[in-house]
Structures are given as structure tokens and as C-alpha cells.
Design a binder for this molecule. Structure first.
Ligand code: EZ4
Ligand code: CO
Length: 397
């Protein structure tokens, strides 16, 4: 069996997605997500210029060897652009192997370790009242876990709080918008949000909160301590994660669990001083490398908590579910609904029921790209916002 073609498809059905489709001489095809929010064309060029030419003629069954070839062969290792490009190839090759074997990919990964994949949704609101209404909406849809974000009194906008409710997209303009941030205002507000959520929704719902890397370690320690009475399942990205020592300080002060890693892209970024690791298929080298990260995490009692915002396409979500259902140390999976246009471009077989997602039972990943539909939605530049402090200093360490 040989790879005869590999196409890089850029489309914008509501937001930008980069997809790799690999074609073989047997007529079997596979898809992989390569979307890197705000930097989509860098990955598309990496694939088109440097990866596709070396794939043609290779045996698609040699997933591990092709992974090592792309990683080692580049000389320049790691980084989100490289690892997203490698991820797309790896994901597409697992899709092909599943189709050739006639099995859903999770069966190739060892089979089910659980019945369904517990997911969490995003309850957002400018006000605490609005956010609570959203939490109850998610609970009525069957969700067992909800991330809660609200506006901060005195700040005009807050990252992670969308105008639209079910569909959330932080990349909102070609040139990054600039928002104003105040740690003081934020820290004095957040505990009251979770006091209210616990009071209204009781002890059983899993509550989560994302700090989006806005604090220093000692500020994060203070927030973790203040949130302890409300028993969060996790506090996400309390600090930028390059400085791992910071987490030791946070943990010396609080038992609020920490979730980190949506911006990690290799096993070398992974660390022990957290509770959930948020790496996912598309940004961390595909199924092959993500499984290595999760196996390492398991040695340190760290569970998976993969990123699953809308910038991860249904191709990534399909692949993530095959990993989630099979690994021993699964924790939670983030799940944000895609728009109807996105679902049309990426027909997929996974389904949501009562708070759980279930991977497709079709051979392979159970997802495809409709290239005719994709062509109707041309690329539109969109960037993530930046934050400045009230005095104009560019924020987040
Ligand atoms: O900032 O997906 O947990 N989810 C998040 C997201 C990420 C975006 C980045 O592309 O933090 O909002
Ligand atoms: Co996050």
C-alpha cells in the first residue's frame, strides 16, 4: 500500500480549519486536523511545502516510522506549528489503518476502558445571573461537568465570555483586538461566582474555571485557596506554564486541582505538578504522541483533560474520543458544539447523549471532510485577542 496524494484543505465554515486528507493507491483515505488558531496558514505551508512531498510513495501502515521520520528528520523539533503538522499526518494514518482493519480506531488502541466519555460544556455570562442560567441549561442537557466564566465588574470584556451562548469563538478580528485586564478586580470577583453556583446547583455537578494564564504563582495560590470551599474539579491555566517551578508554589498553598497543557505540544512540556493534562491530538503530535504523554502522566497520577474548544475541528474531536475511551487515566474531555456549517463540512459519527460523548463505531475515525462544501467557505484571517493592564502594560508574563 502506498500514499499517492495528500491534500491540505483550508476552509472557514464559521471559523478557520486546516485539514490534511491522505489518499492511498487502494483508494482508502484518511483525515487529520492541523488547525492552529490564529496561525492556520503557517501549518498549511509547513504541510504543503515540507511534509506532503515526502509522504508520497510511503507505506501508510508505518505510522510510528513516519512519525519519527517527520519529527527527527526536520532537525528543528517541537513547537506548535511542527507538532500540529505531524499530528495531521499521524491522525490521518490512524484513520487509514482503522479502515484497512475494519475497526474503529479505539479498538486498535486497546478497546474501551469506559462506557462513554464525560464531557464538560462552557457556561458563560456577562453577569453572574446570566452564567447561572447557562449552567442550568447545560445541566438540563445532561452535562455532568460545566466550566463557568463570567464578566468581571469594571472590565469591558473578558476572554472566554462569548456573546453567543452555545457557539463560542475567541478569535474575533484579523488584527488582534486589545482587551483590558485587572487581576485585582478578577480575584475579588471569581469566588462569589462559585459560591453562587454551589448554592444553586448543589454538590454533585463538576465545576471548572479557566484563568487563561492571567496570574502569577502567588496570585494563583490565593485564588485556589479562596475557591477551596466550592470544590472545583479543576482550575485551568492559572499561570503561563513555561516556568514549572511556579506550580510547586501554587500547590504548597492549595488543594484546588490544576489543569494545564492546552498550549503544550510535546511530552517534554508535560509536568508532574498538576492534576489534569490538557494536551490534545491536533496540537501534540497526533494520537501516537498524545498516548505517550498520557502514559507518562499516569505515572504521576495525572489524568487527561483534553482541550476541545471549537478551534479543534470535528476531525480532532473524533480522534480525541477514540483516545479518551481507551486510555486508563482519562479524566474529562472539553466539548464545545460546532456550528451547523462546520458539521456540514465535517460529517462525523460521534454523538452526545446525557453528558457523554461516544466515538463513532465506523472503521477508522468515523469522520470525513466534504471538500465541495469546504470550498464554499474561504479562509478569513482571524486572531486571538491580546490583553493589557489598566496602565497599558502588555499582560500575561
Ligand atoms: O483559548 O481554544 O479551554 N479553552 C480555552 C480556549 C482557548 C482557545 C485557543 O484557541 O482556553 O478558549
Ligand atoms: Co483553556
Amino acid at each position: 500500500m502506498k500514499i499517492t496524494d495528500a491534500r491540505v484543505i483550508v476552509t472557514c465554515p464559521g471559523r478557520n480549519f486546516v485539514t490534511l486528507k491522505i489518499v492511498t493507491d487502494d483508494g482508502v483515505t484518511g483525515v487529520g486536523d492541523a488547525t492552529l488558531n490564529g496561525r492556520e496558514l503557517a501549518v498549511a505551508a509547513y504541510l504543503t511545502e515540507h511534509v506532503v512531498p515526502v509522504l508520497i510513495g510511503r507505506d501508510p501502515m508505518r505510522i510510528e516510522d513516519i512519525w519519527q521520520y517527520l519529527y527527527r528528520g526536520a532537525y528543528w523539533r517541537r513547537g506548535p506549528v511542527t507538532m500540529s503538522a505531524i499530528a495531521a499526518v499521524d491522525t490521518a494514518l490512524w484513520d487509514i489503518k482503522g479502515k484497512v482493519a475494519g475497526l474503529p480506531v479505539y479498538q486498535l488502541l486497546g478497546g474501551r476502558s469506559r462506557e462513554g466519555v464525560t464531557v464538560y460544556g462552557h457556561a458563560n455570562g456577562d453577569t453572574v445571573d446570566d452564567a447561572m442560567t447557562e449552567v442550568s441549561r447545560y445541566l438540563s442537557l445532561g452535562y455532568k461537568a460545566v466550566r463557568v466564566q463570567t464578566g468581571v465588574p469594571g472590565l469591558a470584556t473578558t476572554y472566554g465570555v462569548s456573546k453567543d451562548k452555545l457557539f463560542y469563538e475567541p478569535a474575533d478580528a484579523a488584527i488582534p483586538t486589545e482587551a483590558v485586564w485587572s487581576t485585582q478586580r478578577y480575584l475579588s470577583h471569581v469566588p462569589s461566582v462559585f459560591a453562587r453556583a454551589r448554592e444553586e446547583f448543589g454538590p454533585s455537578v463538576k465545576l471548572l474555571h479557566d484563568v487563561h494564564h492571567r496570574l502569577t504563582p502567588i496570585e494563583a495560590a490565593r485564588l485556589g485557596k479562596a475557591l477551596e470551599p466550592y470544590e472545583l474539579t479543576w482550575l485551568e491555566d492559572p499561570v503561563p506554564a513555561e516556568l514549572q517551578e511556579g506550580f510547586r508554589l501554587i500547590r504548597q498553598h492549595t488543594t484546588t486541582p490544576l489543569a494545564v497543557g492546552e498550549v503544550f505540544n510535546t511530552i517534554y512540556d508535560a509536568q508532574q505538578l498538576i492534576d489534569y493534562i490538557r494536551t490534545t491530538v491536533v496540537h501534540a503530535g497526533g494520537i501516537t504522541h498524545l498516548r505517550r504523554i498520557f502514559d507518562l502522566a499516569a505515572l504521576y497520577h495525572v489524568r487527561s483533560g483534553s482541550h476541545g474548544a471549537t478551534d479543534l475541528s470535528p476531525v480532532c474531536m473524533s480522534a480525541a474520543l477514540h483516545v479518551d475511551i481507551s486510555i486508563p487515566n482519562f479524566g474529562l474531555q472539553e466539548y464545545m458544539r460546532h456550528t451547523a456549517e462546520t458539521d456540514e463540512v465535517f460529517p462525523h459519527g460521534y454523538r452526545f447523549d446525557d453528558g457523554y460523548l461516544y466515538p463513532s463505531e465506523e472503521p477508522g475515525l468515523g469522520v470525513d471532510i466534504d471538500e465541495t462544501a469546504a470550498a464554499r467557505y474561504p479562509y478569513r484571517p482571524a486572531s486571538l485577542p491580546v490583553n493589557r493592564l489598566e496602565d497599558g502594560t502588555l499582560h500575561n508574563w
